[in-house]
Design a protein around this ligand. Structure first.
Ligand SMILES: Cc1ncc(COP(=O)(O)O)c(C=O)c1O
Length: 394
């Protein structure tokens, strides 16, 4: 074999999202894109706000020399300062530029955190259903994933998490607002989790870090506010990006924020900065960082997501699907009417509807629908959803 055995295995087990996307591409080639209802990808279809383009053009036209050069691995000081000021307002804590490291998206942020924290065989708790890339990211850095199931509403169960913690546990990754479920954890839950982690960290004599992967923080419904993970626990980190709330996933800009109250903050910061360099990211894209200076208070107008969420929930409920209405992000995660979620997703495909089986997110028996697609796609798919339900009910 020419490639690493591990990579060959990873390619084989690689994401259901990609698999369904590729099957969808074949179907679109056969039937024409307009006749296929593709709900597989979390790729925002809304254009970035106009001010994003203006800020990018202004950054590009800045005549000062050297703007495209290397920079400190943590990012541009002015941008880190702007992010810190924003975080101070949102979280009610005093962040400085030192608490922020600019990264290549939330994916880059998670990878530098895990690189900074994990020794071989250290464990990371991941709550199912989960964003499937977490499994790869933990493995990238020699760690071991310990999966803990959430409850029927996709909320963490503290006793189960407590039972999974041992002297190898380094961190827990949570993701609120959540992909694939749309669930958002409330402040009481985060505080209880924080208290439990404080006790467990003392028990094992080192901090267990709480990482919130929160690229969907600004995409929430019914005037919900996403509570602060920093207020709930001192040894907390946030990994996030502008991929979803500015519709810029291809531009790869995000950051890590460290709680100003974290233990060993300086040491952690030094490790994160070095990780950004030696993982080959070096630094987050320069042009984007300069544009961001003027965009910290900007996000896409989520009105289309609000409307699609309402519409999709109504359509699915009318056909008899069971689901927890999403409180954030742009996904629905209904129960599969067939015990076998892969078989159900195949049945949907016969109606030219593309979805991702729940087992791709560590929760068989469900399926994911991404509603970052035009309203017309949801409306056009409605009869197909109804027909499949009638068919499988027999
Ligand atoms: C929960 C979650 N985390 C992280 C990412 C990666 O985001 P980015 O494009 O900013 O790396 C995604 C992208 O879909 C996601 O859904």
């Amino acid at each position: 074999m020419t490639i690493a055995t591990k990579m060959a295995a990873a390619i084989q087990s690689s994401s259901w999202i990609r698999r369904m996307f590729e099957e969808g591409a074949e179907l679109k080639a056969k039937l024409g894109a307009a006749n296929v209802f593709d709900f597989t990808l979390g790729n925002p279809d809304l254009e970035p706000p106009a001010v994003v383009k203006e800020a990018l053009l202004a950054a590009l036209q800045d005549p000062r020399p050297g703007l495209h050069g290397y920079m400190p691995n943590a990012g541009l000081p002015a941008t880190r300062q702007a992010v810190a000021a924003h975080l101070s307002t949102v979280h009610g804590l005093a962040f400085t530029a030192d608490d922020v490291i600019m990264t290549c998206g939330a994916a880059g942020a998670l990878n530098i955190i895990l690189k900074a924290l994990l020794d071989p065989w250290d464990e990371v708790i991941v709550l199912a259903p989960f964003f499937p890339e977490y499994l790869f990211y933990v493995e990238n850095h020699g760690g071991v994933v310990r999966v803990v199931e959430t409850d029927q509403d996709f909320l963490p169960v503290l006793d189960r998490i407590g039972e999974a913690i041992n002297d190898h546990t380094r961190a827990i990754i949570i993701n609120s607002p959540n992909n694939p479920t749309g669930q958002v954890y409330d402040a009481d839950l985060l505080h209880s989790l924080g208290e439990m982690l404080t006790v467990q960290s003392r028990r094992f004599g080192r901090p267990i870090y709480l990482i919130n992967d929160e690229p969907y923080r600004r995409i929430v419904y019914d005037h919900l506010e996403v509570p602060s993970v920093f207020q709930a626990y001192p040894d907390a980190l946030v990994a996030t990006s502008f991929s979803k709330d500015l519709s810029l996933p291809g531009e790869r800009l995000g950051y890590v924020a460290i709680n100003p109250q974290a233990q060993a903050r300086q040491e952690l910061l030094a490790a994160l900065v070095l990780a950004n360099r030696i993982l080959g990211f070096v630094n987050a894209p320069a042009l984007l960082q300069r544009a961001l200076l003027h965009l910290m208070d900007t996000s896409v107008d989520i009105t289309p997501y609000v409307r699609r969420r309402e519409l999709f929930c109504r359509i699915l409920a009318e056909s008899g699907y069971q689901f927890v209405p999403p409180r954030g992000a742009f996904y629905l995660f209904p129960q599969s009417p067939l015990a076998n979620d892969v078989a159900f997703v195949q049945a949907l495909k016969e109606e030219n509807i593309l979805a991702v089986p729940g087992r791709g997110f560590g929760r068989p028996g469900y399926f994911r629908l991404a509603f970052c697609v035009p309203e017309s796609t949801i409306v056009a798919a409605a009869p197909g959803f109804a027909r499949v339900m009638t068919r499988v009910r027999g």
